[in-house]
Design a protein around this ligand. Structure first.
Ligand SMILES: [Ca+2]
Ligand SMILES: [Ca+2]
Ligand SMILES: [Ca+2]
Length: 137
């Protein structure tokens, strides 16, 4: 009985800290919706997933670049040690790098109604389904 109570308390405090944190997939969407039209176009979407192509800048985001970038800029969104899993789920063709081809496929997976634009709702639905270890929208 005591165990159940402790678990319940842990659950409540987890929910509470998520809510207090203020960072979410929704914030991520707003940050990368650069022209603030409440939709993410392919260019904005590529910027989100390929923005860390820097060391070297060669059109391929290596696991090292991806993890270093997300840890530096978006660590508030990911749980401990989940960034490697995030990379694996983004590298759709499993060739060891995130490229425009992965990101374009991802964009079409996110764009549920096929209008070549990812709305806030489409982003939240797909993002939390695909990257379930990341804090909810
Ligand atoms: Ca936009
Ligand atoms: Ca790839
Ligand atoms: Ca859409």
């Amino acid at each position: 009985m005591l165990k159940v109570a402790i678990l319940a308390l842990l659950f409540i405090s987890n929910v509470k800290s998520d809510g207090d944190d203020g960072s979410s997939g929704h914030d991520l969407f707003n940050k990368y919706d650069i022209n603030h039209d409440n939709h993410m176009g392919i260019t904005e979407f590529r910027h989100l997933f390929m923005g860390f192509d820097a060391w070297p800048e060669d059109g391929r985001v290596s696991e090292h670049e991806f993890i270093a970038g997300w840890t530096a800029y978006h660590s508030e969104l990911t749980e401990d040690r989940s960034t490697a899993l995030f990379f694996l789920r983004t590298d759709l063709d499993h060739d060891g790098s995130v490229t425009a081809s992965d990101v374009d496929k991802l964009f079409h997976m996110f764009d549920e109604n096929g209008d070549n634009s990812v709305s806030d709702r489409e982003f939240c639905d797909a993002f939390t389904a695909m990257y379930y270890h990341i804090k909810k929208c």
